[in-house]
Design a protein around this ligand. Structure first.
Ligand SMILES: Cc1cc2nc3c(=O)[nH]c(=O)nc-3n(C[C@H](O)[C@H](O)[C@H](O)COP(=O)(O)O)c2cc1C
Length: 384
């Protein structure tokens, strides 16, 4: 018989997902649309190559799955990309660094797809200047499409299988140096960015300890916890209605949400039993990190943040190509005041600083497959 533990898994900052029929397994109650439909045959019906490429770009990894991208297609052959400033994460990502990494990931997927469908692209980053220190609605990229012979980067083939996989990783299979070297090589596209990895047991144990303390601190920081809980979609109907954020899906969660057993109030209380269970499960995830990968940079400019996001997308795709799963663990990379000491400790561990930081840190290893995360679809992101 399945136990409660078989069904409930905790994802994100204390969020719960019923894994028995996790999101995207099309186990929605009758009449509830599939929130992950954007992953099936993206762009198949599109005739405009820009829309075709964008149908892949919207599948990019991005913080809390906020999908904050706004697309302007009003100029022929040009895609202008900016941010929907109502979709930022000011408590945990006050300067928007992580949001911009997600923009870089979007751009990289769009470029991979554009090349495959027969376009070269010219990219102007921040064509109207960079937003400092806070983000605003200025474009982060203006991309011109020029017809070209189709060109396939092998990473394109893995876009539809790429996931952020938060499962328990197999500790008996540590990714080899060769595999990790290959992941780093495939992601290296820019000067000034450096990929690194660690799979030696003692060093990995030290990293597990830091990432875990980051998780605990976020849980104890009310504004940070509230930011995650606010974008939590409890039950399949809410997931299908929003198609973004952190998802608590599947039959058991539908029931627990409907009966009030899981509620925003409980999730906002760090001492609630839901969050106590969550902590135990997240600790197990941290403890089953057989290796870590990271991306660091020589500066922390807005251009570099975009490039780091492109690099992360490639890293995640290259890992997918190798049968490896990845899961970013960003808490101690976040720049809010309560995290400052741990942020500095983690950067010191890597020999880095806030002006030339580690931009991304993720566990990497072998894990059971999972379904795709929801997406809102391209039309929801078009600027009218
Ligand atoms: C900059 C950045 C930071 C992220 N940090 C975390 C994190 O700390 N924990 C986590 O579980 N996922 C993290 N993610 C993964 C996103 O939550 C994930 O991409 C999003 O939910 C969509 O899911 P998908 O990648 O499976 O499509 C991060 C992604 C990006 C781009």
């Amino acid at each position: 018989m399945a136990t409660r533990r078989d069904f409930i898994k905790i994802i994100g900052g204390g969020t719960i997902i019923a894994a028995g029929a996790a999101i995207g397994l099309v186990a929605y109650p009758p009449g509830v649309p599939d929130a992950a439909a954007a992953w099936r045959n993206p762009g198949a019906d599109e005739t405009d190559i820009r829309r075709k490429a964008l149908s892949y770009a919207i599948l990019a990894p991005n913080p809390h799955n906020m999908q904050p991208w706004l697309v302007d297609l009003s100029q022929p052959d040009v895609v202008t990309l900016s941010l929907d400033t109502s979709r930022l994460l000011p408590a945990t990502d006050p300067y928007g660094r992580q949001i911009i990494l997600g923009c870089g990931a979007f751009l990289e997927l769009m470029v991979l797809a554009a090349n495959v469908f027969g376009a070269n692209v010219d990219i102007a980053l921040w064509p109207e200047g960079t937003p400092e220190p806070m983000l605003d609605s200025r474009p982060f990229a203006r991309v011109t499409f020029n017809t070209a012979v189709p060109r396939n980067d092998p990473l394109f083939d893995h876009i539809l299988n790429r996931r952020t996989n938060r499962e328990i990783y197999d500790m008996s299979r540590v990714p080899s140096q060769d595999d990790l070297d290959q992941v780093i090589r495939a992601s290296s596209i820019s000067d000034g960015l450096h990929g690194g990895y660690e799979n030696r047991p003692e060093a990995v144990a030290a990293l597990r300890d830091i990432v875990w303390r980051g998780w605990e601190l976020e849980m104890r920081t009310p504004a940070a916890l509230a930011e995650s809980v606010n974008v939590m979609r409890i039950g399949d109907r809410a997931i299908a209605a929003h198609r973004d954020g952190l998802t608590l899906g599947g039959p058991l969660m539908n029931l627990m949400g409907a009966t009030g057993l899981v509620s925003r109030e409980a999730l906002l209380d760090p001492a609630s039993s839901a969050n106590a269970q969550g902590a135990a499960m997240w600790k197990e995830k941290a403890d089953t990190s057989p290796a870590f990968v990271w991306i660091s940079s020589d500066d922390n400019s807005r251009v570099t943040q975009i490039e780091a996001g492109r690099c992360y997308a490639r890293m995640n795709l290259a890992a997918t190509a190798q049968g490896l799963s990845m899961h970013p663990w960003s808490m101690a990379l976040q720049e809010y005041p309560e995290m400052a000491d741990l942020y500095a400790e983690q950067q010191r561990y890597f020999g880095k600083t806030k002006d030339a930081p580690v931009q991304m840190l993720a566990r990497i290893g072998y894990a059971p497959p999972i379904p795709p995360a929801p997406r809102r679809g391209l039309d929801a992101q078009l600027k009218v």
